[in-house]
Every structure is written in C-alpha cells, then in structure tokens.
Design a protein around this ligand. Structure first.
Ligand SMILES: Cc1cc2nc3c(=O)[nH]c(=O)nc-3n(C[C@H](O)[C@H](O)[C@H](O)COP(=O)(O)OP(=O)(O)OC[C@H]3O[C@@H](n4cnc5c(N)ncnc54)[C@H](O)[C@@H]3O)c2cc1C
Length: 355
C-alpha cells in the first residue's frame, strides 16, 4: 500500500504511474475538490508533450512568442522553441487525477494528513484516524506537513507569487516577462482581452505588483496568489519509507518559478524506483534546478542598469537564436553557449555568491 498526500499535479501523476504498474495507491487531498483554490499561472513549456498526452480541450491558450522587457521598457521578442500551453489549474489538476482514478488509484477528498507514527510499522493520521501504509509520499506543496512531521523540512525559503486574472488589451500568442519588478513579472494571456498578471518577489510584492498592473492598464478580476519554494539542493527527499515530491521537495526552477514540469519528471523517477529516487531525480533535473538557483542569485543582485544592459545584449541575433533554439526548462544545456557567444555576459558572474 502506497499513501500519497496531495492531489496536485505531482501527487496525482505519481498515483497514476504507480496504479498503472498495479500498485495499491491511496491519494489523500485535504480539500473537498481537486484543483482549487488556484494559486498558479498554469503555463508550461512544450516539454509537457514528452510526459503525457495533452487533451487539446483542456488547453486555454497556446503561446508562440515571449517578450522580455527591461526596466527602461525596451524589449526583445523571441519565438519559443515549442508551443507553450496555458491551462486552468483547476481543469489541469482534475485531468491528471482522473488519469490516476481510471488506473485504479483511490482518491480521498476532505482528507488531511496530520502526522504519522513510524516505528516498526508506518501509520499515518488522516483527519483523526490512523491508517497503516507501507510507504508515504508527501506531494503536499511548499509547506509540506509530511516534510515537517518527518524531519525533512530542512531550511527552506519562499518567494511570494502575487497574481491576478485581469482584463486588458494584449496579444494572445505572446507572454511578456518584466525584469526589475520584484524577481520578475509576467503577463500570460488567456486571449486578447484577459491575462494573468503576476510578480514573484521576496518583499514589497504588493507595490511591485501594483506597478505592473498600472503599466499594463489592467483591471483586476480575481486573485490567484501563493507561496513558491526556492529550490534547496540539500533538501532531504528520502528518509526510511517517507518520500517528498514536487513543491514539497522544493523542485521548482528559481529562474521562472515554474514547478509543474519538474514535479512531473520527479514523479516519473519515483515511480521507476523508490530506492533510487533521490539519486535519479537529482540526475534528471538537479543540474537545471541548481543552475536556475545560481542564475537567480546573480539576478537578485542586478541593478536597473544591469537589466537594461542584459536586454540590450540579448537583442543581438546570435543570443536570441540560442534562446529560440532551447527550452527554458533545461537551462543547463545552453547557459554555457550563451556565455561563449557573448563574453560580455561574463561580467554578470561577478555577482555570484556561493551560499
Ligand atoms: C502565483 C503562482 C504562479 C505560478 N505559476 C506557475 C506556472 O505558470 N508554471 C509552473 O510550472 N509553475 C507555476 N507555479 C508553481 C506551481 O504552482 C507549483 O510548482 C506546482 O503547483 C507544484 O505542484 P505540486 O503537486 O508539487 O504541489 P501543489 O500543486 O501545491 O499541490 C499540493 C496539494 O497537496 C494538498 N495538501 C497540502 N497539505 C495537505 C495535507 N496536510 N493533507 C492533504 N492534502 C494536502 C493541497 O491541497 C494541494 O492540492 C506558480 C506558483 C504560484 C504561487
């Protein structure tokens, strides 16, 4: 018996893979429905195609271009390597959990994990009742209670993701990234009249968010904010018969704060082997997460002038081409190419801090 806590994309996809292999799986979700409340933009790269078949009916919008704006409002426009998808997390999460249910996984709603006793046998407390299980997986998001109650929480940090669905005029096949607004800001269109506008920031998130809303002359419809864990390379993801996955394991890229694809890839590794999970997820996504983390540490020290200079350098064809030819989920594969093509980028490495 395998117990998974959290029916987000990571937990549900793991439940699907394990049930498909014939394992007995219980999936516990504290809410009364899957996919709510929404605290995400729902943007993924085309690498989702390599993970599972996407039902076109659940795609809200397809994006082909990205514009990156500097604080002085210059921008570069790049054609994306593959189509990026915009989903409603509500529908997306339900889609994956249904894949799991169809393979035989048992979904338990209104079922909150409250702790466990792990001596000779493992017993988990769901609401007020103890249940026996062989393995426990915490896919229960950034503040993972499974991590907290099993000494696996480590030292984790968070950024605040403040986002709203808004009404505005925008181009429906372009996402806009704004440098110099907190860690960065984004405008992700659902269509040419509605977009999800957000920023990720360590502090002053409200001020930075309001600045972007004003810049884009947007009217707020509703909020979809939440906390995003910063990747911790020292995170403990395996301890005896307890495992962490997705946001619970801080498997989020610190450059774009995307974690959907990373959680799904890590779920694949866990379904292949619990024993080698820690080694294998680090092998498949650890390098990209690490490079993203250090790229973020460098960018955290950028001045407004640095961002203006960066966008100016990237407007050169040779650098735009590297961005266009590579998937941003796999930064490790092209970070060096960028430095070789434009040695002036080396100057930004002066900001690197190893801690
Ligand atoms: C504003 C914002 C925008 C974002 N935009 C993007 C984006 O565009 N693209 C992208 O890739 N990523 C994005 N992210 C990050 C992304 O949302 C996460 O990386 C992703 O949701 C992680 O999935 P998960 O399944 O690991 O965790 P979650 O989606 O957090 O799911 C955890 C589940 O566990 C449940 N749970 C928690 N505690 C318990 C408990 N004690 N008992 C039972 N159930 C419990 C929760 O209810 C939830 O259903 C964004 C995040 C924020 C905050």
């Amino acid at each position: 018996m395998i117990s998974i806590v959290g029916a987000g994309p990571s937990g549900s996809y793991l439940a699907y893979l394990l049930a498909k292999k014939g394992e007995k799986v219980n999936l516990y979700e504290e809410h009364s429905v899957v996919g709510s409340p929404i605290q995400c933009t729902g943007l993924t790269t085309s690498s989702l195609n390599g993970i599972f078949d996407i039902d076109e009916n659940i795609v809200i919008n397809k994006i082909r271009y990205a514009r990156i704006f500097s604080p002085n409002n210059n921008f570069i426009e790049v054609k994306l390597t593959g189509t990026n998808y915009v989903f409603d997390r509500d529908t997306f999460d339900k889609y994956i959990v249904n894949m799991a249910i169809n393979e035989g996984a048992k979904l338990h709603l209104n079922s909150k994990y409250n702790g466990c006793i792990n001596n000779n046998s493992l017993k988990i407390k769901i609401n007020n009742e103890f249940k026996e299980t062989d393995l426990l997986v915490g896919a229960d998001g950034p503040f993972s209670n499974v991590a907290k109650t099993n000494g696996m929480y480590n030292d984790r940090k968070f950024v605040y993701g403040i986002q709203a669905r808004t009404k505005l005029d925008c181009e429906e096949d372009k996402i806009d990234f704004y440098l110099g607004y907190g860690c960065f800001g984004w405008v992700v269109p659902e269509n040419n009249k509605i977009a999800r506008i957000g920023i990720a920031a360590y502090d002053n998130s409200r001020v930075e968010f309001d600045r972007l809303i004003k810049l884009r002359k947007a009217t707020i419809l509703n909020y979809q904010s939440g906390m995003i864990p910063v990747y911790n390379p020292k995170v403990t993801t395996t301890k005896d018969n307890v495992y962490l996955l997705g946001d619970a394991a801080t498997q989020v890229k610190a450059t774009t704060y995307g974690g959907i694809i990373q959680g799904l890839i890590a779920a694949k590794e866990m379904a292949k082997s619990f024993e080698d999970y820690d080694k294998n997820w680090r092998k498949s996504i650890g390098k990209d997460l690490w490079i993203s983390l250090y790229a973020r540490k460098i960018m955290d020290r950028f001045t407004t002038n640095d961002y203006n200079e960066l966008v100016r350098l990237f407007s050169q064809y040779k650098l735009k081409k590297v961005l266009e030819d590579n998937d941003r989920d796999y930064l490790a594969g092209f970070a060096l190419q960028l430095l070789i093509k434009e040695p002036k980028l080396f100057k930004f490495l002066k900001y690197i801090v190893f801690n």
